[in-house]
Design a protein around this ligand. Sequence first.
Ligand code: ACO
Ligand code: HSE
Length: 366
Amino acid sequence: MLIFYPLNNLFKYNKAFKLEAGGILPEIELAYQALGKMNEDCSNVVWVCHAFTGSQDVEDWWQGLVGRGKLFDPDKQFIICVNVLGSHYGSTGPLSINPETGEPYYHTFPFITIRDIVNSFDLLREHLGIKRIRTCIGGSLGGQQSVEWAISQPDLIENLILIATNAQHSPWGIAFNESQRMAIEVDPTWKESNPQAGIEGMKAARATALISYRNYETYGVTQARNDEPLGKVHRATSYQRYQGEKLAQRFNAYSYYVLSQVMDSQDVGRGRGGAIQALSQIKAKTLVMGIKSDALFPINEQAFLAKHIPGATFQALDSLYGHDGFLIESQLITKAIKLWQKFVKLDVNPMYDFFKKLEKKNLAIH
Ligand SMILES: CC(=O)SCCNC(=O)CCNC(=O)[C@H](O)C(C)(C)COP(=O)(O)OP(=O)(O)OC[C@H]1O[C@@H](n2cnc3c(N)ncnc32)[C@H](O)[C@@H]1OP(=O)(O)O
Ligand SMILES: N[C@@H](CCO)C(=O)O
């Protein structure tokens, strides 16, 4: 049984929504959560962009960072998080009814990109009367949206926080996603048109993805062999299966497929003369964080962002958890942001000289 997440707020856009790749959604809906109260001058707006299987319920999936007494506190800030187009938590996605046919989209849901998601956010932003965003923050797919928005509207975002993300999705990342799509495609039910189609394939896809969200060391520590008798299930075996089952309780294979393609679409340089040129347009004060053990979005990708976003600060984080560290290491992330906020106030950039030295020595960050 798929669990459908309760909607908090729903924004309806009843006109045709043109997509970057040429398709059209006849209308769109965006489910979003808004916490706290917006100041008249919008000076306390925090826009959080969620990742691949996340939702608008940011207090749930980022409870270490968002909530009363946390860094992003609804008693002080107006915090907004929108379920992305194509997802499963109330925004227009493959299970939504296509108004032109009266049937769910399922396999006919069009190809969408990070830029489409950002354009849809912008409609909602205008609808809510948000003239500026004090802080835009996102990790992974959420970071891809955040950096895209900071480029497409350089005067909108004052502070930009990017975690475990990139300017262009790598061939490595695309290969992981394609392998997961292949797992969905070989599920014989994927040809069907119903909410459960491809769900067994999606379980295998999630298990595959987990390997890239964690790493060798994570498994060694959390799923260490336990002298299991021959033929008995290893801990890592049941973990992989459990993770597939867990996602199947809350997600659908169509959204999984569509959003994996969205991730692959990330290329901030498309039509803008390349990534370096695009990143140079950013005016927001920017903090880029990477996780040293991230196998999927390696830290070089965040070093690249920080190097080419004017005045950006770069912070590498140590974590056992690899890519998923951006969801788990709330204390480290909070510490890094607080430190950066002090530097921003003082208007100094602790990494600027460091990058200049690196450039001179032609060194890369590993
Ligand atoms: C409605 C919603 O859920 S909204 C969306 C919320 N989710 C998101 O935003 C997506 C992002 N979140 C995630 O990807 C994950 O939740 C993370 C990365 C933050 C944490 O991952 P988790 O799976 O919770 O952590 P972890 O890898 O430690 O696995 C723990 C689970 O595996 C189980 N487990 C651990 N080892 C084993 C094993 N050897 N065999 C079987 N099960 C195991 C644990 O019992 C636990 O189960 P539970 O989740 O039912 O309590
Ligand atoms: N665990 C994350 C990974 C992608 O960043 C998710 O499921 O959204």
